[in-house]
Design a protein around this ligand. Sequence first.
Ligand code: DGJ
Length: 734
Amino acid sequence: MKIQIFTLSLLCASALGASGEVLDISTHSTSLVLNAVEGSPLKIVYYGERLAPADLDAIHEATGMWQDAYPAYGYNPKAEAALSVTHSDGYMATDLAVSHTARTSRPDGSTLTTVTMTDRNYPFTVDLFYLTRPGSDVIETWTAITSDEKKPVTLNRFMSGYLPVRQGDVWLSSLYGSWANETQLTEEPLPHGVRMIKNKDGVRNSHTAHAEVMLSLDGRPSETSGRTIGAALCYPGNYKIFIDTDDGDYHHLFAGINEENSAYQLKKGETFTTPVLAFTYSPDGLGGVSRNFHSWGRKYQLHNGTASRPVLLNSWEGCYFDINEPTMAGMMADIAEMGGELFVMDDGWFGDKYPRNVDNSSLGDWVVDTRKLPHGINGLLDTADSIGVKFGIWIEPEMTNTASELFEAHPDWVIKAPALDNRGSRGSTQLVLDMANPAVQDFVFNIVDTLLTSYPRIAYIKWDANDPVNNAGSQYLTSDRQSHLYIDYHKGLLATLERIRAAHPDVIIQACASGGGRANWGLMPYFDEFWTSDNNDALQRIYMQWGTSYFFPAVAMGSHISASPNHQTFRRIPAKFRADVAMSGRLGLEMQPKNMTDDERRVVRRAIEDYKKVRHIIQQGDLYRLLSPFDRKGVASLMYVTPEKDDAVFFWWKTETFMNQQLPRVTLDGLDPDRLYTVTELNPIDRRPLAVEGKTYSGRYLMANGLPIPNTHDVEYHQNTDYASRVIRLTAKE
Ligand code: DGJ
């Protein structure tokens, strides 16, 4: 029987435009316009530059995109859809029409616009949400899908959002990569057919591709100009972003949870809420979109995003699993002596029956190995206190090993189908705990809660996750809900993180996942930062950090000075260059300081001293990317500017060396043309200061001409290397 439940009316029509049909979702500089006519499909009419009221009316009456705002499989089945449902009677046609709209101003100043769309034939509704926040040009959209059908329905596809983009000369910028080579940039004109970016790891989702894209509407992407749209799916699990270009006028961008092997069943009365798709528009090219994401992220998405981050030493590359009290104390003393503020003890500190000496045992047994640390964590905290640094600790709470007391007690807690063996990947024995299981959620919450309540002096947690789902299947979910595994895993993870943050809002937590496997905005409300990559080679980091900066601010990007030769590439890079690259993110160290030469120590000490003076600019300032390493011009360069434009830090790194090479002069950006800026080089190593040192130039001059930067450093003959880099502060005169 077909049920007609279309009874609601437009609630606040007067707020929505003269005709009651136009939903104007504007931010400071952008407008999204929807056409919401009761009983008709919701249409997206416009997205881009903020519209004047006159244009808003004209668009409503005439031009505009007029694409379905949330296309569902049913009518027009040849097109891609955001939603595909098998209804309780077995039919797959969904026919959504607007039944209700509402706009709510929330106490935090944000505005939530809700459009309820009801199926004409089934008691099945989709609420489509658009959230705008003060001072931000990012719009967040998501949906809540509710079934009141008597029998279960199956959601076959359930995207977070859809955006039509007019065809023309549209280019896609996206990030691909791999472990130790994350966030490589690719730019391509959008082809006909489908361009798919996806992840199916189950646990980590930003190694091989990233859940964020930019679309440059006016041809080849530019940093400074051209209408540009950016979109980021805020979700830590399997995702899919695809752009379908068919024979119509539009590219069709869809982003959401990857529905492959994840069909989701809804019983009567159940609601499925999709993750947020955050999108923005800027006429100022890629740089404009990045700055929109950075300021939105710091203010609204990143945990404690506006707070400054300490300079730290992480023990991993310094001693790997070889944790013991003298080594920890030595590292703490060394980082304190160099001006650092925090020490993080990485993997290897735990395990009783199964000591964690290599990577094939002990995960889940979160007890101190007193053979290595006889005075326990309190002993380490006392040492840290006496030295004057804060203390942090590594955990990997979602994982276990077959060689662990946890696995012996709870073999049913790991992810695997009954028919499969426990095949691990890291160390051949590592397994993923089933976060869909509430008992596992409690266990994970308790690991963190117990650690932080037993040792309230712990200031930082590095939360790692080093395995994908290897053996598909949940021992917790019933057989009819096995396809919920990936989604329920991440629901469970997010719910657990929510509990952890409610209890422990102040501890700094880093999201790490085999390096940069968890750089995604969906996790960032619970994390203060992410680990960018297990590759700390400064040269390769320039590329990875460049890609990362497309969507994430420096404050969130762990960036460490490591040893030379580097442990991943074996490249030998002088300390100055390593420091100058690491300073462009959240600065830290990842090495055994006792192996540093006096020269290295001096350079790093000065880098930390200088970084502390300018970190508010780097961590909280506006990013201007000036010359891309991917352009292969021999130099990469970027700068950060305070929002007041009264202080800036300029980074310049040579990426290759050839004799008599003409390196391009880099022009600056983001300064106030009418202010005068004084030049101070940070952490200089040259015998003579730069010719421009202490001189004052107008912002106008600097943005038109840049600064002359020598190709090499002026150092003693034996200190010459093939590396050169500069960090320059530009301070506006009062
Ligand atoms: C992977 C991380 O990315 C590393 O930084 C380190 O914490 C190791 N795991 C420890 O096992």
